[in-house]
Design a protein. Structure first.
Length: 546
């Protein structure tokens, strides 16, 4: 009784399965009787793709080819959509490309079989159908180079004479296309899945096994779900702890930034304040959990920073080995070539030295490269070696700025600029203030229009100015620059700021502001007050942009 009462709920689906099987088996009379009797009794059969048997497939394939030969547009596409599965028509690229060529065949068929004048109406109708296809389904192939010329076909007055369409009017094009359609239909119609009714009968004996497997899979999924919930809970606890540590670090960082700003205005940071910050920083276990901080004296300078670096060192150097360290160089030979080598060799050496520094990995590798430059004193800035008291004509690196080769000058400035970008590099260059004074004289020469040899080289000038701006963070070098008259030179070029590049404008303003923080720098500005006031508006506008 229960089955009979539930039958109307499944009746339409059962009718669909029976119709699908009868169509597949080729039982056309039984299929006709089923449809007729269902219509008489008001029973519905849901629509669907009929699964055809071998005989029906062959008949459908022949009918499609007949309509192709006669160029019956509507009948062909009706049979095509009825027999070729939707998944193949919508997803298979081979099918979509073949459909495009079939539409071309229908579009040019009236031109192929007769004169254009006698069939103008048929040609116009065929082209309208092709144009409609291009604007709808055919638009998906508009970016394909193979089909792009055919999008102009409906707008060409005489396609037969057009060189782009010569092939489609050849004698072999239609037979080749028909063979491709025949081959495609053979594969597409044979790829159809059997009726669902047959599949159900085949799997009848496997239902109990499938139910057991489904039950076992459900239990496994439940176990995985419980384990996932446990892991999620643990991760949430870790996340909350990390979030709390993050908020603490942000709070401490904000206070340190405030303190740093106060030191700029003259308010010193006390030792007690630093001890208080360190106590807050190491109060948790997440920052340096593996380090015992209870017996460490934070009053010693550098202690807190060393612990922080040590806390991340194991993670930072995981998997590192000696292969990450660059091979050592023969600096004696390098210095000799920089002194006596050709301009081409000097340029290559300067570029290699800069790339070795800038392209090294930040951290141990870059520190090793920079330390090797400093220890071998290739810039002749170290007082322990030869910089102090060395005559200018023997200082090979500074002599490179007077080279007649433009590339050598530019690469020397680039190398100095790269070195000044690093804190240890600035400290090393600061050991030779006289050398920095010489550098700014080279900067002046670049603007000396009376000197034809030293005509303005903007690349050289930009990197030299960038180097001096970065070095102006050092107080001893600020004094050298101010005494050397660099402020007047900066004010002069900023008065003609329209001719400056963005790089020159940015670094010139920054360098001038650094030098004007000093009392002696302000006095230098007072010596040429009118020009400084003229430039001040440029600086104000530039700073407001940032």
């Amino acid at each position: 009784m229960k089955m009979s009462s539930d039958l109307p709920l499944y009746e339409s689906e059962i009718n669909k399965l029976v119709k699908e099987y009868l169509s597949f088996a080729g039982l056309e009379k039984a299929l006709y009787s089923l449809q007729l009797e269902c219509n008489e009794k008001g029973k519905s059969i849901p629509p669907g793709n009929d699964v055809q048997g071998d005989g029906s497939k062959l008949t459908a394939q022949n009918n499609i080819l007949l309509e192709f030969d006669s160029a019956n547009f509507n009948a062909f596409w009706a049979l095509w959509e009825q027999n070729v599965p939707n998944d193949i028509r919508n997803k298979d690229q081979t099918c979509q490309r073949l459909e495009f060529y079939i539409h071309i065949h229908f579009a040019v068929y009236p031109i192929r079989v007769g004169s254009v004048g006698a069939n103008s109406q048929a040609v116009e109708q065929a082209m309208m159908q092709f144009k409609k296809y291009l604007e709808t389904k055919g638009s998906d192939l508009s970016q394909t180079t193979e089909f792009l010329p055919f999008y102009a076909l409906p707008f060409v007055p005489n396609p037969v004479q057009h060189p782009s369409f010569k092939e489609i009017f050849s004698t072999y094009w239609v037979p080749d296309l028909r063979a491709r359609v025949d081959k495609f239909l053979t594969a597409a119609l044979s790829a159809t899945d059997p009726p669902l009714l047959i599949t159900l009968v085949k799997n009848k004996g496997r239902l109990s096994v499938a139910e057991d497997a489904s039950e076992q899979a459900t239990k496994t999924l439940q176990q995985h779900l419980i384990q996932a919930e446990k892991r999620c809970s643990a991760y949430m606890k870790r996340f909350n702890k990390l979030q709390a540590d993050y908020h603490t670090l942000i709070s401490i960082t904000a206070e340190l930034v405030d303190s740093l700003e106060q030191t700029v205005h003259g308010k010193m940071v006390t030792v007690e304040y630093l001890q208080q910050i360190c106590a807050r920083l190491f109060s948790g276990r997440s920052v340096a959990a593996s380090i015992n901080t209870t017996s460490i004296d934070f009053t010693r300078p550098g202690t807190a920073s060393s612990i922080l670096r040590a806390s991340v060192a194991p993670d930072s150097f995981v998997g590192r080995d000696e292969s990450h360290l660059l091979p050592s160089l023969d600096f004696n030979k390098i210095i000799s070539h920089l002194q006596m080598g050709s301009d081409r060799l000097k340029a290559f050496l300067l570029q290699a030295l800069r790339w070795r520094l800038t392209r090294s990995s930040p951290g141990e590798q870059r520190d090793t490269v920079l330390l090797a430059y400093i220890e071998n004193d290739i810039f002749q800035c170290n007082a322990k070696h030869s910089a102090r008291g060395t005559p200018y004509d023997k200082r090979h690196m500074l002599r490179l700025f007077e080279s007649y080769d433009v590339v050598v000058k530019q690469y020397a400035a680039r190398l100095y600029n790269a070195l000044a970008s690093l804190q240890k590099g600035r400290a090393y260059l600061c050991e030779d203030p006289d050398g920095i004074g010489i550098l700014q004289k080279f900067l002046w020469r670049g603007r000396d229009m009376d000197d034809s040899h030293n005509a303005t080289d903007h690349v050289f000038e930009e990197h030299l100015l960038g180097c001096l701006q970065k070095l102006s963070l050092r107080r001893p070098l600020q004094t050298v620059m101010i005494r050397g008259g660099l402020i007047r030179w900066l004010v002069t070029i900023l008065s003609e700021h329209d001719s400056l590049s963005d790089y020159m404008l940015e670094y010139a303003v920054a360098l001038l502001m650094n030098l004007c923080l000093r009392t002696s720098g302000k006095q230098k500005c007072g010596e040429d007050a009118s020009l400084v006031l003229k430039v001040s508006k440029v600086i104000t506008d530039f700073v407001s942009m940032w």
